[in-house]
Design a protein around this ligand. Sequence first.
Ligand SMILES: Nc1ncnc2c1ncn2[C@@H]1O[C@H](COP(=O)(O)OP(=O)(O)OP(=O)(O)O)[C@@H](O)[C@H]1O
Ligand SMILES: O=P(O)(O)OC[C@H]1O[C@](O)(CO)[C@@H](O)[C@@H]1O
Ligand SMILES: [Mg+2]
Length: 330
Amino acid sequence: MVERKNEKKIRKIGVLTSGGDAPGMNAAIRAVVRTAKYYDVDVVGIRKGYAGLIGGEIKEMHSRDVSNVLNLGGTILHTARCPEMMTDEGLDKAAAIYKILGLDALVVIGGDGSYRGLAELVKRGVNGVGIPATIDLDMKGTEYTIGFDTAVNTGMDALNKLRDTSNSHERCSVVEVMGRDAGYIAVWCGMCGGAEEVMFPEEKENINSDRVIQQILENRSIGKRHNLVVVAEGVGGTQKLAQDIQEITGIQTRATILGHLQRGGSPTATDRMHASMMGYHAVKAILEGRENIAVAYNRGRYEILDLLESLQMDKELDPEIYDVIKILSI
Ligand SMILES: Nc1ncnc2c1ncn2[C@@H]1O[C@H](COP(=O)(O)OP(=O)(O)OP(=O)(O)O)[C@@H](O)[C@H]1O
Ligand SMILES: O=P(O)(O)OC[C@H]1O[C@](O)(CO)[C@@H](O)[C@@H]1O
Ligand SMILES: [Mg+2]
């Protein structure tokens, strides 16, 4: 067993989930609560993200409160987007409640926006600890964000099913996946679902419907009898693209927007593993006296970064993935 050292005398921490829910958030909550309990630290769960902090929706959490949640999608603490956090009044109130509760740290499980909110609270004296969780994978400083793998598997599963029907009807299927302004979900779904084309925001010159239509015609001329095109939410125009393809090529085309389907479902093993390890590392770092930090996963290792620095770090989608999708689609 790991030695139970709490030399910095951390007594009480809070935990909340914020932004869009992501599969694996429950596994992260469980890891935070149980690691804290292992070291005799009190934990309060804050409902509905920052809205619950400002509104005082708080309850004590014990190990049994996180039983049977490892396998559940969504978040047992519920989540929200909280406009009050964009005002000085809201931020001051959130920081004041943190102090009234006597917290030694606030663990925020969420995406880039949630981290920006946390950075504002840090300026007001909160010890902020971030655990990266968003299906979009669009967070700087970390190669992995909890929820991404489950969302991509859901998208891939949908593409497998759409392949069956478009193949049977010799149709073209245009599928829109989530990801906000980032194309990570789109390129992974494109590669793993065997799409011929992926349109995503980072590859500007590739967002051209004429080119996609030409490619579809070329693929038909080399014997392909159906087509799969993935469009990132950040590119949009999916219905219009499907209409244009049908009108110009005469190929029957259907559009499918996966939407919030990709946010739900039982987390994959990858998401459960990262969520459990990140939750554990967050609490360990707090116990070591680290302040204002972000847990990250890079080059196969879990890391503790400075929260504010992590927000400034570089991250870009590897353009080679798109090249390979094109090569493998001939
Ligand atoms: N600049 C900011 N200042 C203060 N609070 C912010 C800021 N940006 C975001 N927040 C807070 O964080 C919440 C969550 O942010 P956002 O809606 O961007 O989701 P996210 O954490 O990026 O997750 P996801 O992208 O997966 O939905 C916002 O509703 C708001 O309360
Ligand atoms: O659930 P909402 O508020 O409609 O937000 C949708 C957005 O949230 C995400 O699912 C996660 O950030 C994005 O991919 C999408 O753009
Ligand atoms: Mg985000």
